[in-house]
Structure formats: structure tokens, C-alpha cells
Design a protein around this ligand. Structure first.
Ligand code: MN
Ligand code: ZN
Length: 496
């Protein structure tokens, strides 16, 4: 993958032109680097501007005569004692924004008053790559600075005492950046380009990283009895696919862990058609599948020591003479029957067969599914937390902790018998909506009917995967939410 920055690490460096960035924690001075600033111009400029190293504030300094840099920039880190992993990512993203248009940059990470670890340096580098991401595939006119670079990566040297260890840690950062960028690209891609078949091809492409990939066609899914998933797809001229990815990095005897993604490449709502305003956003209704494929890429690229299954349910939901109707009753692979009350509650119909298939085929240690499932979760939590529903406190706790570590935060929502009753149907075993109230919860109850006693969690990422507020490490409509979160979950708990 072509990154915007070509990042190297060094114990010391001479800037020899280009942009130099110095870091400064609150209440301290910036590092003084002799050849960069032989006359102490930075300290004088900081005094005049009352620059104190507040987080993400910057100070531009005209490079003095005799300096080896063309431009000097000081970047504030905030209070040293409060620095989190995410702060290092954001600092990297802020640096990236300042480097745009430069030919090269040298960044001195070691600042007075803070000990910079290899992981901090690698997080800074990750923040740079993610922060500079933009989706401009379809812009025939590139931004001026892009044009000037001619698509070439900017050379960046990160200077730190732990350069060797940081370089190693950065291999992992690169794997994570690739996974997040893959997920963002897929979500940003329009549905006329990315249908179920094309998405499945993206999964197939992971074979070059050593992932085993099987793609089930419509006929094979019919044989398996996946009528719930197939019912959603039947109004589209584009056939559905189920992508099954296996990364076998763990011990042979270890049962796999499993991630399942909703991949509705476009959700018109079907016969229960959505209103026109904002419907274009429904090209992103495959954000769950995008996170799962991004995660599988990351795990394979960094050779994670775990056995992991990733499954994508890939369909398009369209109104058509052949589309399913409200009132239709379908029989899921589990044998349970479903009355389709609203054809726009299609994600759960796709996931229920994917979850059942996963559980029966792989007997996983746990299943985590991700889906842009309900508008109701946005009513409850906005865009700052994804909804977490789980039948297992250990899994829920680990997911929550991974969310805090990566700042891809989760908030646990309730499940319960009373909510489950809300989806009982007059005509079938269940119906696919429980009405307006508790809409994100009844969706989760529906899914729970397909996981038996396997530890399971459902992440409703409708508010966090698309159109969420941008920040230093994401300026894109698609955030790639879930890749860093789940990579952290695996890394912290499931690698021997
Ligand atoms: Mn829908
Ligand atoms: Zn949907």
C-alpha cells in the first residue's frame, strides 16, 4: 500500500533543509537541536508568542540564518503525565497536516520532560499516516500540494533515542494503518463500483498475505438454507456473496475467534424504501464488513499469533419486482422463521445467517459482529460511542477496555427477556422489527437468537463508521472504525 509518508527512524539526524518539527510538553521548552537552531530562535519565538506547549497547539518559527532547516515548527503535546496512546496518534496527525506540501521533514520526538517510548514513536507515525489519508480517487483535479508531489510519498525522519525499537514497533503501525485505510477506502467507494461480487474480490485479495479465503455464491447459500440473507438480496440484479476468511497464526488446536460484518453495499430500504434525503450515505452500509476485512488484513500483515475467522455477508438491498415484501416469511439457516415487517431492517436478516453459519462451521471461542445496524443507536449514543451488546461479561469487558485504549469507544447497552419478547411474531417465530422504542436493543435481541450460548458481542457502529466527527487522525467521511479496536482486542487478549 502506498502511504502518504515514507517514514524512517534515526537516533540523530541533520535536517539539511525541509521542515523541522520539535515537540514540547506543557511547562517545558522544546528540545534544542544545535544545527537546527544555533541561535535559540525557537525559545525567543515561544516567549514572544506565549507558546506553552498546550496539546496540539503549534508555533511557526522562521528558520534563522545559518539554520539547517527551511522551516521550524513546534508542536505542543500537553501535560506529560497525562499523555495517552491516543494523544501520540493525534500529535502525529497534527504534524501530518503541517507537513503537507513540504518535500521532506525531520521530526525530533524526544522533548525535555517526557520519555518517549518506541510504542509512542510508532503511534505518532500511525497518526501521521491516518491523518493524511484522503479519498480522492474520483477527483480529476488534485489539490495543489498533491499535484506538486506527483503522488510521491514525503520523506520523513523521526528522530528518537529508541530508533531501532521504534522501527520494529512501526512495522505493526504500518499493518494497522493498512487495515484502517483499506476499510476507509471500501466505505468511501460508491456502490456502483463496489457491489457484493467486487467486495468479495477484495476479500480474495487477502490470499497474498496468507489468509485462506472462500467465497460462497448464491447457489451454495441456497443449499445451506440461508433464506434470510438471500431474501434481502433478491431485489437486486447483483448477486450476493458470503466471504469467509481464515487467518491461522495460532496453535493448531486453538479454536478460532470470529468476526462477522454486515456488508450491505447499498441499502435503499427495499420495498420499505427510505426517504431520498441522505440516502446516498447508504453506500456505507457495509462499514461492518469493511472493518472485518481491514482487521483481517492487519492481523495477517503483522502475522498475529491467533486463529481468526472473518465472515462478510455481502448483499445489496433494492426495491424491484422481485424484491421481498413486508409480510413475507423466510426460514433462516437455523430453521427459525422470520416475518419481514420492514424490508429496511435488513442487516439483521443478513447477519443472522452469517452468525449461524459461523457458529456451526467453526465452533469459535467467541463471535463479535459489527454492523451499521440502526438509526436508534445514534439517537442513544450519537457519534462518540458505538453500541455494545453482549451475552458475556468477560468479552464485553475486554472490548470496552480495547475501546478506551484506542479511543474507538463502546458503551454497553442492555439485553433482556422483556426486550426479546418485543420481536415475537403473530405468524412466525420472530419478526424483524420490534417497533420504534428500544430499536437498537430489539435488533440486538434478534441477533442473539442466532448465537446459542457462544460468547458473543454485537457492535452497532451506525454512528461511528460513517459521517462521524473528524479529528487529527481522520478527516474522511469513512472512519475505518473497528479496525484499531479489534486489533487491540486481539493483541491484548488472544495472542499466545
Ligand atoms: Mn436498512
Ligand atoms: Zn442497512
Amino acid at each position: 500500500m502506498a502511504f502518504p509518508f515514507d517514514i524512517g527512524f534515526a537516533k540523530s539526524a541533520r535536517a539539511a533543509g525541509g521542515l523541522v518539527i520539535l515537540l514540547q510538553v506543557a511547562g517545558q521548552t522544546a528540545a534544542s537541536v544545535d544545527d537546527v537552531d544555533p541561535e535559540g530562535a525557537v525559545a525567543r519565538a515561544a516567549g514572544i508568542a506565549k507558546f506553552t506547549g498546550k496539546a496540539l497547539k503549534t508555533l511557526d518559527v522562521l528558520a534563522p540564518h545559518g539554520a539547517s532547516a527551511d522551516r521550524i515548527l513546534v508542536l505542543g503535546l500537553g501535560e506529560a503525565e497525562k499523555l495517552t496512546a491516543h494523544d501520540w496518534l493525534k500529535a502525529g496527525g497534527a504534524a501530518a497536516a503541517k507537513i503537507r506540501g513540504s518535500e521532506k521533514a525531520t521530526i525530533y520526538l524526544d522533548a525535555p520532560g517526557v520519555t518517549v517510548t518506541a510504542r509512542n514513536a510508532a503511534d505518532f507515525a500511525l497518526g501521521m499516516q491516518l491523518g493524511a489519508y484522503s479519498f480522492d480517487t474520483y477527483k480529476t483535479k488534485k489539490a495543489d500540494d498533491e499535484e506538486a508531489r506527483g503522488g510521491k510519498a514525503v520523506k520523513v525522519t523521526l528522530v528518537t533515542a529508541h530508533a531501532n525499537a521504534a522501527k520494529k514497533a512501526n512495522d505493526i503501525s504500518d499493518a494497522v494503518a493498512e487495515g484502517v485505510i483499506l476499510a476507509r477506502n471500501l466505505v468511501n467507494e460508491p456502490a456502483n463500483v463496489l457491489g457484493p461480487v467486487e467486495f468479495a474480490d477484495k476479500a480474495k485479495a487477502l490470499e497474498k498475505l496468507g489468509v485462506e479465503v472462500d467465497i460462497l455464491t448464491e447457489r451454495e447459500m441456497k443449499k445451506l438454507g440461508m433464506a434470510a440473507l438471500l431474501g434481502v438480496a433478491q431485489g437486486s440484479v447483483r448477486p450476493p456473496r458470503l466471504a469467509i476468511m481464515q487467518w491461522k497464526g495460532g496453535k493448531e488446536k486453538d479454536r478460532p475467534i470470529a468476526f462477522i460484518g454486515k456488508g450491505v453495499v447499498f441499502d435503499s430500504g427495499g420495498i420499505s424504501i427510505k426517504q431520498a434525503a441522505g440516502m446516498e450515505d447508504m453506500k456505507g452500509d457495509m462499514g461492518g464488513a469493511a472493518a472485518v476485512i481491514g482487521l483481517m488484513h492487519t492481523l495477517a500483515a503483522r502475522k498475529a499469533k491467533a486463529n481468526v475467522v472473518g465472515i462478510l455477508g455481502l448483499v445489496e438491498n433494492m426495491p424491484d419486482g422481485n424484491a421481498q415484501r413486508p409480510g413475507d416469511i423466510v426460514k433462516s439457516m437455523s430453521g427459525q422463521t422470520i416475518e419481514v415487517i420492514n424490508t429496511d431492517a435488513e442487516g439483521r436478516l443478513v447477519l443472522c445467517d452469517a452468525l449461524w453459519y459461523c457458529n456451526e462451521t467453526f465452533k469459535p471461542q467467541f463471535m463479535v459482529n459489527l454492523a451499521t445496524l440502526t438509526g436508534a443507536i445514534m439517537v442513544a449514543l450519537g457519534s462518540h460511542h458505538a453500541g455494545l451488546f453482549s451475552n458475556d461479561d468477560t468479552l464485553a469487558g475486554r472490548l470496552t477496555a480495547a475501546g478506551l485504549a484506542t479511543n474507538e469507544r463502546l458503551w454497553r447497552m442492555p439485553l433482556g427477556r422483556e426486550y426479546d419478547k418485543m420481536i415475537d411474531s403473530k405468524f412466525a417465530d420472530m419478526k424483524n422489527t420490534g417497533g420504534r422504542y428500544a430499536g437498537s436493543i430489539t435488533a440486538a435481541q434478534f441477533l442473539q437468537r442466532f448465537v446459542k450460548d457462544t460468547p458473543w458481542a454485537h457492535l452497532d457502529i451506525a454512528g461511528t463508521a460513517i459521517g462521524s466527527p473528524t479529528d487529527e487522525i481522520n478527516h474522511s467521511w469513512a472512519s475505518g472504525f473497528g479496525v484499531r479496536l479489534l486489533d487491540e482486542l486481539v493483541r491484548a487478549n488472544y495472542e499466545a
